[in-house]
Write a protein that binds this ligand. Structure first.
Ligand code: PHB
Length: 394
């Protein structure tokens, strides 16, 4: 009799814990191969580190399962296929990640159709968030950096030349910079778009040099391409001809600074975050990263977008006690804020589901023998995507 009672008790306890046990599945798509294949881990590490540090805040019995997939670089067909499989076969609750705009655009209609909240942790073309009501973005738009860059540059230079990768974020960066620069009285001498993969940088840099602009504004997808730009800029003598290299922070991404070497010194950029930022929350974030992954490792902006994106997902899980409803999740995302992110105070704009964040003017300098994006000035404390703000005025 006693044994039966014990067994019954054990069974009851088991079923109670089973009722509470809840696994939230996140389908995480990023690039582990192809162009920027080295950047996927900067995102995944940030997500896993956030989960490790904050797991204890989840409702009892709730676990997160991260299912990672490689979209192989800018490859919308592959991204779409992976998202489809994650939704249908793996039955994920949410989609997240994505470095490249074409991939994010390919996934957007699937998020809508399946009602899967989709947290974009990098892809930065302004239009993306308008493509599905289930998208919220915790990264940035190119307008957010390139527009204030154009305003700042108009006060420093009379002429500029723009060189951008020929796809969504490049077009946005070119338009945002040129509009702001010309509204401020500057003149854009030429706007050149280069192939996304393996452009002949030496030929393009020679054309820039011949045009003699005061500043060259470049956008390329962060990563190895940024180092190729820097080397060619220096090798073809643009720096010694007195041309100033400027751009959104993608051109001086932290993990490439050691590969660029001293040629990067003086490059001036506008961005929402830098590893060198003096905010206590940023110092803690960078220190935690080094403790976890090694003293020579540095997070980059893709890590920060992923870290904050995971914090936002945690909020939705906590508020709904582990049972996610897609529409409630989106309501929570729309109202999410963090006054103390590594980048400073951030919030999701409930109207656009894009992030509102500070933008800093930074310059590459050598600090203690290391190249850093030193933050010089806050150009805007709470910058909304300027593209959407200007559209509203039309
Ligand atoms: C994008 O495809 O949206 C993208 C890729 C790399 C960047 C920024 C934006 O550095």
């Amino acid at each position: 009799m006693k044994a039966v009672k014990l067994l019954l008790g054990a069974l009851l306890a088991l079923s109670a814990s089973a009722a509470f046990a809840q696994t939230i599945k996140i389908g995480f798509i990023t690039s582990y191969s192809g162009l920027n294949g080295n950047l996927g881990p900067y995102m995944e590490r940030a997500v896993r580190l956030y989960i490790k540090e904050h797991q204890k805040e989840l409702p009892p019995g709730v676990k997160i399962e991260l299912i990672t997939r490689d979209d192989t670089g800018p490859n919308p067909d592959k991204a779409k296929q992976l998202a489809q499989e994650l939704i249908v076969r793996d039955k994920v609750d949410l989609l997240a990640g994505v470095i490249f705009t074409p991939n994010a655009l390919a996934i957007a209609p699937l998020a809508t159709e399946a009602k899967k909240p989709f947290v974009i942790m990098n892809a930065g073309t302004a239009v993306i968030t308008t493509r599905s009501p289930y998208i919220a973005r915790t990264s940035f738009t190119l307008w957010q950096s390139s527009y204030p860059l154009g305003q700042w540059a108009a006060k420093k230079f009379k002429t500029a030349y723009t060189l951008v990768s020929d796809f969504g974020p490049g077009h946005d960066s070119e338009t945002a910079f040129s509009q702001a620069f010309e509204a401020g009285g500057g003149k854009v001498l030429s706007k050149v778009r280069v192939p996304l993969q393996n452009p002949d940088w030496a030929a393009y840099m020679q054309r820039v040099k011949d045009a003699k602009p005061e500043a060259l504004m470049v956008f390329i997808p962060a990563g190895k391409t940024a180092t190729a730009v820097m080397k060619n800029f220096s090798d073809l003598g643009l720096a010694s001809a007195g041309i100033k290299l400027i751009g959104p922070g993608d051109i001086t991404t932290e993990e490439e600074l050691p590969n660029m070497g001293d040629v990067a010194i003086g490059a001036t950029t506008v961005f929402h975050w830098s590893a060198a930022g003096e905010r206590p929350a940023n110092k803690a974030f960078v220190a935690l990263w080094k403790k976890e992954f090694g003293q020579n490792e540095t997070p980059n902006f893709l890590s920060v977008g992923s870290w904050d994106g995971t914090a936002m997902i945690f909020e939705a899980i906590k508020q709904q006690k582990g049972k996610l409803d897609p529409d409630k999740t989106m309501e929570i995302f729309k109202n999410w804020k963090n006054p103390n992110s590594p980048r400073g105070p951030i919030a999701i704009d409930p109207e656009t589901r894009d992030i509102i964040q500070p933008e800093y003017l930074r310059e590459v300098r050598k600090v203690g023998g290391q190249l850093m994006n030193v933050e010089l000035e806050t150009l805007g404390a709470a910058v909304k995507d300027p593209w959407k703000e200007l559209q509203k005025k039309k």
